[in-house]
Design a protein around this ligand. Structure first.
Ligand SMILES: Cc1cc2nc3c(=O)[nH]c(=O)nc-3n(C[C@H](O)[C@H](O)[C@H](O)COP(=O)(O)OP(=O)(O)OC[C@H]3O[C@@H](n4cnc5c(N)ncnc54)[C@H](O)[C@@H]3O)c2cc1C
Length: 469
């Protein structure tokens, strides 16, 4: 029987493991933490019984992607739940903007037809677009015309694309979603991740996993159990020499860590490419238990799963440029997850779990709780009095818990134009690490960050194709 070792049990490691195990490979997964799941775990971060998503909370690229269809995680208990409004963006004096599932409804509320002109075609053809964006860029797109249409928007700096909008609301709504890239909004390609997430919002929504992101992990663990795979926890692997040999090795790690773990098994040329991989800005998260939820002045934000906090396009552009230069702004961009809006069972006795993070410079050493609460107070006065419990993490805490988040970079690598196109290094098959049947399967490979499992799925498919050859 063919054997595989998977090092790391983040969503991509587990997706690779499920794909291999389902194909009949004998899989063993090694995870350094006591609990598997990496960035898709959920924990009682504030109060007993109140489940917070430890990292990822919203999963726009997970619905019906090739891995999810192949793995059929719904048969292992996974259910999605959508908020009424996908994401919202409060502005001063109770103004704001909101992204609804219906693009027509969104445009009506925004009063800005440019939203429809720019993003309508992407949302309409999202199934084909998403099939292309979850694969390495050097492969031929399945839908060349659609992909070219996407590229014309995605390649632009966000501040250039934003000029198409005539209202402050539309500009701000776009800034919030573009900021997910952790890139200054004037840089080439800084529209790419925003345009993808935005099209997903109108096509499939930004769902949560019912019960918490942990439900995605639990479904994958159930599938692995079903296919006879083994999970070993509390096992930090520094070298492949530490574990029994296997025909295939999957690394759900950073690129440089993969080179270290493989040692001489990886060709020098590949190893130096992996060590050149760069990380970007960081996040500092805080989990809050909020009585009655956040009292946003802009009412639709109370019905949104995700709320982007940072004010106008111009304000967000300034602070994103500052953090890229290593300077901490007084009023950072803050991303707020209100999972109980989509999944009301997550709240207990009217106490709602809220997970927020501020964008901060790489390695920022301080706790960001106070900066985050100040930003929330600007758009939701009185929120401070509603917080009954809290817990926070610094960038160092993030990296200590998961070495893939280098310097607190929660998207596992800078989304610069070159790394958007070729990650972790320019190669026809970015997963394969040379002739030794070793593969990188983390978010440092295409399609990048997120709990979609597609990096793991693509890497496992490469391994299976190599075996067939
Ligand atoms: C605060 C925060 C909010 C986020 N929000 C979202 C969101 O809403 N939506 C979204 O899609 N994404 C979000 N993300 C990003 C998402 O969590 C990651 O992109 C995703 O988890 C990456 O998956 P992965 O499988 O590549 O690796 P990871 O989830 O990073 O997991 C890697 C695993 O490998 C283990 N490991 C590493 N090295 C070793 C070793 N040497 N030996 C053994 N085990 C090892 C780690 O302990 C970890 O369990 C967020 C992340 C954070 C931190």
């Amino acid at each position: 029987m063919v054997t595989a070792n998977v090092i790391g049990s983040g969503p991509n490691g587990l997706a690779a493991a499920v794909t291999l195990a389902k194909a009949g490979v004998e899989v063993t997964i090694y995870e350094r933490n006591a609990i598997p799941g990496g960035g898709a775990r959920s924990v009682e971060a504030t109060l007993p019984g109140l489940m917070h998503d430890h990292c990822a909370g919203f999963h726009p690229l997970s619905v019906n992607n090739a891995f999810m269809v192949d793995a059929q995680l719904d048969t292992f208990g996974l259910e999605w739940a959508l908020p009424e409004i996908q994401y919202a963006h409060p502005l001063d004096y109770g103004r704001g903007a909101a992204a609804h599932r219906s693009i027509q409804h969104t445009v009506q509320q925004l009063g800005d037809p440019a939203w429809q002109v720019l993003f309508g075609p992407l949302a309409r053809h999202f199934a084909k677009l998403s099939a292309d964006v979850v694969h390495p860029m050097l492969q031929l797109p399945q839908s060349p015309i659609g992909f070219a249409r996407f590229g014309m928007r995605a390649g632009l700096p966000a501040n250039v694309l934003a000029k198409a909008f005539r209202t402050d609301e539309a500009q701000a709504l776009f800034a919030g979603v573009a900021a997910h890239a952790f890139r200054p909004l004037h840089t080439l390609g800084s529209s790419a991740i925003g345009a993808t997430l935005l099209a997903a919002a109108h096509a499939v929504g930004w769902p949560v996993a019912k019960g918490g992101s942990q439900a995605i992990v639990d479904a994958m663990l159930k599938a692995l159990d079903h296919y006879g795979a083994t999970v070993v926890t509390d096992a930090h692997i520094s070298s492949v020499a530490d574990i029994p040999t296997a025909d295939i090795v999957m690394l759900n790690t950073g690129p440089a860590a993969a080179a270290d773990i493989l040692g001489s098994a990886v060709p020098d040329r590949v190893a130096s490419g992996l060590r050149r991989y760069r990380y970007g800005s960081a996040a500092a998260p805080v989990s809050l238990a909020v009585e009655g939820g956040i009292p946003w002045l802009y009412e639709p934000a109370r019905r949104a799963g995700t709320v982007h906090v940072g004010g106008s396009f111009a304000e967000i552009a300034v602070v994103e440029a500052q953090i890229a230069k290593g300077k901490m702004p007084r009023n950072p961009f803050v991303l707020v997850g209100q999972q109980s809006v989509a999944d009301p069972g997550r709240a207990h006795n009217n106490i709602h779990p809220v997970d927020a993070y501020a964008h901060v410079p790489a390695g920022y050493p301080h706790d960001a709780t106070e900066l985050i609460i100040r930003q929330l107070e600007r758009f939701a006065p009185g929120v401070r009095e509603r917080i009954v419990a809290r817990s926070s993490r610094t960038t160092a805490d993030l990296e200590a818990d998961n070495p893939n988040f280098v310097g607190g970079d929660i998207v596992s690598g800078a989304n610069s134009m070159d790394q958007l196109l070729f990650r972790p290094r320019p190669a026809l098959n970015p997963y394969r690490l040379g002739p030794a049947r070793a593969y990188l399967c983390s978010a440092a490979t295409p399609p990048g960050a997120g709990v979609h499992g597609m990096a793991g799925y693509n890497a496992a498919r490469s391994a299976l194709e190599d075996l067939e050859r």
